[in-house]
Design a protein around this ligand. Sequence first.
Ligand code: FES
Length: 92
Amino acid sequence: MRITVDGVEWRVEPGEILSAALLARGRRALRVSPRRGAPRGAFCMMGICQECAVTVDGRIRRACVTMVRDGMVVTLQGAGPAAAPRPGAARS
Ligand code: FES
């Protein structure tokens, strides 16, 4: 099964949860915080904290409660490949 993450095709296994698939492949930062631009990633892993928000097929979804689906297109929300914080930005 294949999904696309930020324009790159990944092979994933049926039944994987999206946040687990991302973490297993080294994508810990899924977005940046709106105020400070600090990297954010999955925290509670049970759908409560909303820290794992990503765009799936054009809609914002919680990655920790989203199962991968063949052909899914995922966009990490501004985290970028390295998810580096802006210079001088404190973690939030
Ligand atoms: S990690 Fe908390 S809602 Fe997904």
